[in-house]
Design a binder for this molecule. Structure first.
Ligand code: NAD
Ligand code: GLY
Length: 376
């Protein structure tokens, strides 16, 4: 069974299909977007080895040839060098504007292939087939595509919406638990920013635990389908209202101002995954909100407990690199894409499920808060 979540963007509207076995339907579902029976499938080595044959067979069943373009796994692939290599391989396949790129992997593949699609011959269509929990609930939906530069993450990119997103829950069973946890940070984020009931659903009844007990040989838990579909629904609703992040879409960055600063200090690598940084960042954002008098302390404590229960870090002391230099962290925050004219922007909370965009946050207050949290 699959659920279809529409992303209402007028002429650029598309559906996100969430379910067990969606991958087997890929050929039938993608055929309407193809002018000829082939698609370049951008994937990473790990994903392709695990799930490539399934996708190839599903496409072949609909008479579509998969042209694999396999890249190394890892954030370093989302670079100018990675983009140059990928673009050259797409050109060698002689794709034209009537062709379609398929991004088959996690957020790294989705962001890179999506950006390549945005600029290849001034833009061709692409489909997202996300294979990590993080990519299914966040990065594959909403059209943000980008690469990193030595100056920071996602600094060069474009808004380019996919034509279709196929989120097959069964592929998540091969993910390491650490990657599930990183994706869970983005799931709990939706509850914390705008849906208290969803946050409470994750807290109770073994729902969170079910997401961490995926069995490649067993059925996909119902809780996983609900968690992914509800997350996608919330993201779709926000993106439809504010595609280019002029206002409300910024709420999706809950935890990201603190989180990006920690990622910048830890080197955007294995020491701290993006989702882990978001987990710690959301806990800091809730405690900062309480310290500033915006949010009741008990809501902040419950938010932090909910994040910690999944094993995500919630304090600076749990992040490799501790003790951090507070001034350096604030300097990273000042370079954030959301910072405007030197003012710091944070997503803060008034309560569980009620986040807001706080522009013009006082850097000294942040410095003092970070020192109280254990930074130097
Ligand atoms: P990722 O793409 O690096 O995937 C994580 C690891 O899991 C990789 O080693 C990959 O090979 C492996 N993997 C993927 N699917 C697998 C599967 N089914 N089974 C086993 N292993 C699998 O990381 P990610 O967490 O998916 O994405 C992180 C990236 O997403 C970052 O670059 C971040 O900036 C970006 N991002 C983008 C957006 C957006 O809106 N565009 C939002 C959030 C994050
Ligand atoms: N991941 C944040 C956004 O898509 O806006």
């Amino acid at each position: 069974m699959s659920r279809s979540v529409p992303v209402g963007l007028g002429a650029r509207a598309y559906d996100v299909l969430v379910g067990d076995g969606v991958l087997e339907q890929a050929g039938r579902l993608m055929a309407p977007f193809l002018k000829r029976g082939r698609t370049a499938v951008v994937s990473d080595e790990t994903v392709w080895a695990l799930h490539g044959a399934r996708l190839t067979a599903a496409l072949a069943a609909a008479g579509i040839e998969a042209l694999p373009v396999i890249v190394p796994p890892g954030e370093q692939t989302k670079s100018f060098e990675g983009l140059a290599g990928l673009s050259d391989r797409l050109l060698a396949l002689e794709l034209d504007r009537g062709d379609l790129i398929t991004a088959f992997g996690g957020g790294v593949v989705g962001d890179l292939a999506g950006f390549a699609a945005a600029i290849y011959k001034r833009g061709i269509d692409f489909v997202q087939i996300p294979t990590t929990l993080l990519a299914q609930v966040d990065s594959s939906v909403g059209g943000k595509t980008a690469i990193d530069t030595p100056r920071g993450k996602n600094l060069i990119g474009a808004f380019h919406q996919p034509r279709l997103v196929l989120a097959d829950l069964s592929v998540l069973a091969t993910l390491p638990v650490r990657e599930i946890r990183a994706g869970y940070a983005e799931i709990i984020k939706y509850g914390l920013l705008g849906d208290r009931d969803f946050f409470e659903w994750l807290e109770h009844g073994g729902n969170r635990e079910a997401l961490f007990a995926l069995d490649p040989a067993g059925p996909v838990p119902d809780a996983l389908g609900h968690a992914v579909a509800r997350s996608v629904e919330m993201k779709a609703e926000i993106v439809a209202e504010d595609e280019k992040e002029q206002g409300r879409r910024a709420l999706l960055n809950l935890g990201h101002t603190f989180g990006h600063a920690l990622e910048a200090e830890t080197g955007y690598g294995d020491a701290l995954l993006h989702g882990e940084a978001v987990g710690a960042g959301m806990a800091l954002a809730f405690r900062f909100s309480a310290a500033q008098g915006f949010c009741p302390g008990q809501d902040a404590a419950r938010a932090v407990a909910g994040i910690a229960a999944s094993g995500l870090p919630t304090t600076l002391a749990e992040v490799a690199g501790h003790p951090f230099d507070a001034t350096r962290l604030v300097a990273h925050m000042a370079q954030d894409k959301k910072a405007e004219a030197g003012r710091l922007t944070f997503i803060l909370a008034r309560a569980l499920g009620d986040a807001f965009v706080a522009r013009d946050v006082d850097a000294d207050a942040v410095l003092a808060f970070l020192r109280a949290e254990g930074a130097r």
